[in-house]
Design a protein around this ligand. Structure first.
Ligand SMILES: [Zn+2]
Length: 320
């Protein structure tokens, strides 16, 4: 499955997993400024990028990879959803590429995405300083690992923000779109409301590969509070019936069917934990703050999402 070549330029921000000839998952490295995963797909005649990372420096390495391996910059960029860690590298692929997303993702980049931009412009410096202070005080290796991840997030952002321009999609679509080259075809399918208002997956049916962005996290806690856990379960169940062999997540290494099943299990586990927490001593907030990450998810990245997920699910269950 994995092809290593000394012709492939190395990046400090991601590692490359070649899933098929011409199809690469760029998996964000711990300590790098990619933060999420991206895909590079040679359709034959034109190269497609699926998601563009958090920072310009990581996106530049992805563009360089396309130029080194395929002899050309990407002509199409897909924005799977509006979250900053998947689209802030967009401008690096201009002017050659068309940036493609659903109409709803386009809207969300201008609304909720604009708020993200304001927040990070105002707070990144201070967040970085407080994380540096936390690292000084923390001895627990797992906590240190998490703090270091967020340190590279904010350090990467501070490098990117001075020259960042939020580059909007130039082509929008509603439900599905086909992309065709001389070597292969890709299909974009859309799921509404699961991870964000609109999430686009990229399927390569001939290769048995699906790029799922944040509809899948592998060995990493997913982020549920911007979506709907029941719709996430529907998406995961639907895609697990496809005959694809490889599933590229938004965060974590390239997965298989087993990883989709693990994500289904995680969401069901959290739903049950949230429903149990609604009854008990003390306030709900105290019970949530007292939660430990269960052993089976202990080694997963982004562990602070665990409490955030449970809190979000408790609020939802409370409203029912
Ligand atoms: Zn996301």
């Amino acid at each position: 499955m994995i092809m290593e070549s000394n012709k492939i330029p190395q990046s400090q921000h991601f590692t490359t997993t070649w899933i098929a000839p011409g199809v690469c998952a760029a998996v964000g490295s711990e300590g790098g400024a990619a933060i999420s995963n991206a895909g590079l797909i040679d359709l034959g005649g034109q190269v497609v990028v699926y998601d563009t990372f958090l920072t310009l420096q990581a996106a530049r390495d992805l563009r360089a990879l396309s130029e080194a391996v395929f002899g050309q910059p990407p002509r199409m960029v897909i924005n799977s959803h509006y979250h900053n860690d998947h689209i802030w590298g967009n401008q690096v692929f201009l002017p050659e590429a068309q940036i493609i997303s659903t109409s709803q993702t386009y809207q969300l980049i201008t609304t909720a995405g604009g708020e993200e931009y304001q927040y990070y412009s105002a707070n990144s410096k201070q967040r970085l300083q407080s994380l540096q202070a936390q690292l000084q005080e923390t001895r627990d290796p797992e906590q240190r690992r998490q703090i270091k991840m967020w340190l590279s997030y904010y350090a990467g952002l501070l490098e990117t923000l001075p020259t960042l321009e939020i580059s909007l999609p130039t082509v929008t679509f509603e439900h599905a779109l086909g992309l065709h080259g001389t070597q292969r075809s890709a299909r974009l399918n859309v799921f509404d409301g699961a991870h964000t208002g609109s999430d686009t997956v990229l399927l390569l049916p001939q290769d048995g590969i699906v790029f799922m962005s944040d509809l899948l996290f592998v060995e990493t806690h997913p982020y549920l509070p911007d979506g709907n856990p029941f719709l996430m379960l529907n998406v995961l169940q639907e895609l697990s019936k496809s005959d694809a062999e490889y599933f590229v997540p938004g965060h974590g290494p390239v997965g298989t069917l087993q990883d989709l099943e693990k994500m289904i299990y995680y969401i069901e586990y959290c739903l049950e934990e949230a429903s149990n927490l609604l009854d008990g001593n003390g306030t709900l907030e105290e019970r949530i703050n007292g939660l430990q990450v269960p052993n089976e998810f202990k080694n997963w990245g982004l562990s602070q999402f665990y409490q955030a997920n449970i809190r979000f699910l408790c609020l939802g269950l409370n409203e029912e």
